[in-house]
Ligand binder design. Structure first.
Ligand code: ZN
Length: 100
């Protein structure tokens, strides 16, 4: 997590065992598993307010997932359902497994 106060920029790291990975599917053509991993690890702004211990303010924060140790066998799920206008919709896009 990173404080979005421009004069602060404090970062807080937490370590979690995440297995299997649940990857989002980007909305574009010719989607590959790498594209899903890139979207999963992309820095995202959080909508939850966060109290930063460094600048002592309630601030916006960003979250970014980084993987620093991969298992020998990687198991992934693809998030094939999303909520569009209050209705669960299945994403039927083909995802190419491009790094086997
Ligand atoms: Zn801060």
């Amino acid at each position: 997590m990173k404080c979005q106060n421009p004069s602060c920029g404090h970062e807080q790291k937490t370590y979690e065992l995440v297995f299997p990975l649940t990857l989002p599917i980007p909305t574009k053509s010719d989607v590959s598993l790498k594209d899903c991993l890139k979207l999963y690890t992309k820095e995202k702004l959080s909508t939850d307010p966060w109290y930063c211990d460094e600048c002592n303010e309630v601030v916006d924060l960003s979250r970014k997932v980084e993987m620093w140790k991969m298992p020998q066998v990687l198991m992934v799920y693809l998030k094939r359902f999303c909520l569009k206008r209050g209705i669960h919709t299945k994403i039927n896009d083909h995802v190419q497994f491009d790094f086997m």
